[in-house]
Design a protein around this ligand. Structure first.
Ligand code: C5P
Length: 294
């Protein structure tokens, strides 16, 4: 059995994300959709992961707020298992997950948790640590949004989210409002609907110039937010379109859905407007989160 060096307790923040823009470029040969997306970390909204030394080769996980997450399908467990299989570093541990990021809203909470575990393991693996490209490939196998959370800031992504380039995003001084309607959008359904509406276009790697794939020449500003999945998701859930319109009318510079929904976000130059909109939307029964952009 693998014996690992002892380690001391760590408490880690596992942040949320939004997609400032999300373009769907077509259907790949593997059935996934080629994306062009800009991920933005929401560091003010985060889960906490506490890692304590445990028994060799075993992981025990607790999630007091959501006990249903204490399962082998949790990405924290899957990350620990996959990293152990790939590297031989599989330290025994007790993990406590404190959940703040709302689930199923396109904010990447589960993906972030998995990536936070991968990052911790790689930092503690000594000579068994993986080079970054191999860590990203391992993360992509766990889920399309996982690799982004290995980065340390906003990132432009291609592929299904694994071809990452740090991005220059000029949102400093703005306030971000996130609205979380109490409904769930099924991601595979959203992509299938996009296929039907757009004539199922195939994506061919050879049709793109790779120079443009990896460069992010100019800083992205707030008005450029866009999400290609909005038309199909809004057609099924008109209430989401109404919330987006409310956010725009309240004075946001721009607003969009994140990922495949159901969360919507707005960017405000005036913090007071964001806060008063948050109060109004809360009265409508929506869960709201407000934070300053960095
Ligand atoms: O990787 P993730 O679990 O987020 O993907 C869920 C599903 O969404 C996939 O099984 C696939 O049907 C669809 N998807 C896609 N193209 C992507 C990401 C997700 O078709 N780039």
């Amino acid at each position: 059995m693998q014996t690992n060096e002892p380690f001391s307790e760590s408490i880690l923040a596992s942040p949320a994300k939004i997609n400032l823009h999300l373009r769907v470029l077509g259907i790949r040969e593997d059935g996934y959709h080629e994306l062009d997306t800009l991920f933005y970390p929401v560091t003010g909204l985060y889960d906490t992961i506490r890692i304590e030394p445990g028994h060799d080769g075993h992981m025990f996980m607790r999630c007091p707020e959501r006990p249903e997450l204490e399962s082998a399908s949790n990405l924290i467990y899957k990350a620990w298992k996959a990293f152990g299989e790939a590297t031989g570093y599989q330290p025994g541990m007790f993990v406590t997950l404190n959940k703040n990021i709302p689930m199923g809203g396109g904010l990447g909470g589960g993906s972030s948790n998995g990536a936070t575990m991968l990052r911790w393991l790689n930092e503690n693996a000594g000579s068994k640590a993986l080079p970054m490209d191999e860590l990203i490939a391992l993360a992509a196998k766990l889920g399309a949004d996982v690799p982004f959370f290995l980065m340390d800031g906003p990132a432009h992504a291609r592929g299904i989210g694994e071809k990452l380039t740090p991005a220059d995003v000029a949102l400093t001084g703005m306030t971000l409002l996130i609205a979380l309607p109490d409904l769930h959008v099924d991601t595979p359904w959203a992509f299938r609907e996009w296929d039907e509406t757009n004539g199922s276009p195939k994506y061919s790697d050879s049709l793109t110039t790779h120079d443009n794939d990896t460069k992010n020449p100019s800083p992205v500003s707030a008005p450029q937010v866009v999400n290609d999945l909005e038309p199909v998701v809004f057609a099924k859930h008109p209430t989401l379109r109404k919330i987006k319109e409310t956010i725009i009318r309240s004075g946001a510079v721009s607003a969009a859905m994140s990922g495949s929904g159901a969360s919507l976000f707005g960017l405000y130059r005036d913090r007071g407007l964001a806060v008063s909109t948050a109060v109004a939307l809360k009265k409508d029964g929506l869960e709201i989160f407000v934070t300053d952009c960095q």
